[in-house]
Ligand binder design. Structure first.
Ligand code: ZN
Length: 160
């Protein structure tokens, strides 16, 4: 059975950055299970998996445009330090949820001065070329219930 829209794919993956540093891996843990063709994975990875079958191993490089996008300058925001609840405690690396017109966004503190805080709303992997080692463990049809819910049930899947 080939990977195509509405198939449930189970796979193991290891994600590395351009320096070969491992950022994330499912190896030795639960497989990643997802419904193909619904934007559950980054577009570049779904493209590479399309048409592949069980037991295939892939080594793919995904440019930022087909992964988490390019870093956007306008996602860097300066705020008054006094606008934070505990201004004296604000430190680089801290994360805050912010409410925007199009939903909530996770902002990471990237700089602090006496009176200003610089926040970055880009995805942590924005601007990065990603390297995936993938092994396809299983491909099957999604059940009607899974299609309804938009996610995988069973082992490694969502609960109700
Ligand atoms: Zn469900």
């Amino acid at each position: 059975m080939q990977i195509q829209k509405d198939k449930v794919v189970s796979m193991h993956y290891t994600l590395k950055d351009d320096n070969g540093t491992i950022l994330d891996s499912s190896v030795g843990k639960q497989t990643l299970n997802y419904i193909h063709g619904h934007g559950n994975l980054i577009p570049g990875l779904e493209d590479e998996l399309e048409g592949k079958v069980k037991e295939v191993k892939l080594n793919v490089t995904i440019p930022p445009e087909k992964a988490y996008g390019l870093k956007q300058e306008e996602m860097l925001i300066d705020l008054d330090r006094s606008s934070f609840e505990n201004p004296e405690n604000v430190q680089p690396g801290m994360q805050f949820q912010a409410q925007f017109d199009n939903g909530t966004q996770l902002l990471t503190v990237v700089g602090v001065t006496d009176d200003k805080v610089k926040l970055d709303g880009n995805h942590p992997l924005a601007g990065q070329t990603l390297h995936f080692d993938v092994e396809i463990m299983d491909v099957r049809d999604a059940s009607a219930e899974e299609m309804n819910h938009g996610h995988v049930h069973g082992e490694g899947g969502h609960h109700h």
